[in-house]
Design a protein around this ligand. Structure first.
Ligand SMILES: [Fe+2]
Length: 446
């Protein structure tokens, strides 16, 4: 039986009740809640519901966690078997993308999404996953333009429209159109105040504008909307932390960390661990004492730190081991990277290529930071500064690498380099207290 989702796209092997579950799962995804329970119910009821299996396989891949990606292999077998018998052209395109993504060729998968969305611009699942993949690839302009390409095809009265607008807001911010990003994000939030990705886009916009007071007020006012039952809680919390850091409100920073970022549960999402490292490493660079928080975070990283599956995660795991003084685990992480680099196919595996050019050098530089070898940090990071975008993340997330380089330059008494780095920062954000503090530190150098 073929029926349609609420954007009018055909779904094979779906009764109307199954299609309704699919629509509900898409809404959960848009709200950054876990849709797996709904999807499991859909495929339990209708085991041949291909888009249900496809949706779950994407969730596994988007996790950037090898444990889940391994589960996607089994799902791919089910999808391939169903597609061999009978599936729609769009479902076959999804299968092609998933095969490429699962094989490690993120760039081919991204191109597959281009093709799919050119034909089916209202495929929200493809759009959401492609948006994440563009983010993982650090394709700033594509994060914006992919959404701009499909926006004209979306009915403004559709229940998912404002979420598409919110994705565009984030893309505008990452592509440097900050004022437009702010307007688009606030407009999306008018339609759905619980849209945590639009909240996130607005938080980024205030950060890039250097408007830390308005950003902090905005996040405080929206705490109930961003802090409950979604996967992005820790991430929106660190955006709030970034404002409070600029305001010098350390007590508030640690309160926010403890309330929303500190890992909990047996298998915390890797995004949450990344957020933890990202927030605490900034404090570490400033020499701030954070109690046992690094040890607890390193404990959470330990079981997954040798995955060598996503360079962005590897770097953040390394921060935890270095700051916690856990040299053995840091060395094992680096050895795991070397193992996959020796054995893997750098030409067709996107993450391996990024690990070779960016991930491993940053990890090694962080280790050097840990042993106070600041000239080695500068030597490691300076040549790859312009390449760091390749490991994905946002401007705000990658800034932690820039701060590490600046701190190393200051501690190694490399005055002219530190001066240039601070000058760049002031050019972007002249009213950043952090930038002004570093200027004062530079002036005090002998
Ligand atoms: Fe962010």
């Amino acid at each position: 039986m073929t029926t349609r989702d609420n954007t009018g796209l055909d779904l094979s092997a779906a009764a109307p009740e199954t299609a309704a579950k699919f629509d509900a799962a898409l809404r959960e995804l848009a709200l950054w809640r876990n849709p797996i329970a709904i999807l499991n119910a859909a495929t339990d009821e209708e085991p041949k519901f291909i888009m249900g299996h496809i949706f779950k396989a994407y969730m596994d891949m988007a996790s950037t966690d090898r444990r889940y990606a391994n589960m996607a292999a089994q799902r791919l077998e089910i999808i391939e078997d169903l597609c061999t018998k009978n599936c729609l052209a769009r479902e076959r395109l999804h299968l092609d993308v998933l095969r490429q993504w699962h094989a490690g060729d993120w760039i081919a998968a991204s191109r597959g999404f281009d093709h799919l969305l050119a034909t089916y611009p209202t495929d929200f699942l493809a759009l959401w996953m492609a948006h994440q993949l563009d983010f993982y690839l650090g394709h700033s302009a594509r994060i914006r333009d992919r959404i701009a390409d499909v926006l004209p095809f979306w009915d403004p009265t559709h229940p998912l429209y404002s979420f598409v607008q919110g994705m565009h807001a984030f893309g505008l911010e990452e592509a440097g159109e900050t004022e437009r990003a702010l307007a688009a994000g606030l407009s999306a939030l008018n339609a759905e105040p619980r849209d945590v990705w639009s909240i996130h886009a607005v938080a980024h916009a205030y950060e890039m504008l250097g408007d830390f007071d308005r950003g902090a007020d905005f996040m405080d006012a929206g705490t109930d909307s961003w802090s409950q039952q979604n996967v992005l809680v820790s991430h929106n919390a660190i955006h709030t932390i970034l404002y409070r850091l600029e305001q010098g409100d350390l007590a508030r920073v640690l309160d926010l960390y403890d309330a929303y970022v500190q890992p909990s549960g047996k298998t915390p999402a890797l995004l949450g661990l990344v957020d933890g490292s990202s927030a605490l490493w900034r404090l570490h660079l400033d020499g701030t004492e954070t109690g046992d928080r690094w040890q607890r975070l390193a404990n959470s990283w330990a079981p997954v730190a040798e995955q060598a599956f996503c360079a962005f995660n590897d770097v953040h795991a390394m921060m935890a081991f270095v700051a916690a003084g856990r040299d053995t685990e840091a060395a094992r992480l680096l050895a795991a990277l070397d193992r996959v680099l020796e054995q893997g196919d750098l030409k067709h595996n996107t993450n391996l290529a990024v690990t070779a050019t960016v991930g491993r050098p940053i990890c090694a530089s962080l280790q050097a930071f840990g042993r106070a070898d600041y000239s080695a940090v500068v030597d490691g990071l300076l040549p790859i500064r312009d390449q760091v975008i390749r490991f994905g993340g946002s401007h705000a997330q990658r800034d932690v690498v820039e701060r590490t380089l600046l701190e190393a330059a200051l501690r190694d008494n490399q005055k002219s380099l530190a001066e240039a780095l601070i000058s760049e920062r002031l050019n972007h954000r002249p009213n950043s207290p952090y930038n002004r503090q570093k200027t004062a530190q530079l002036a005090a150098m002998a």
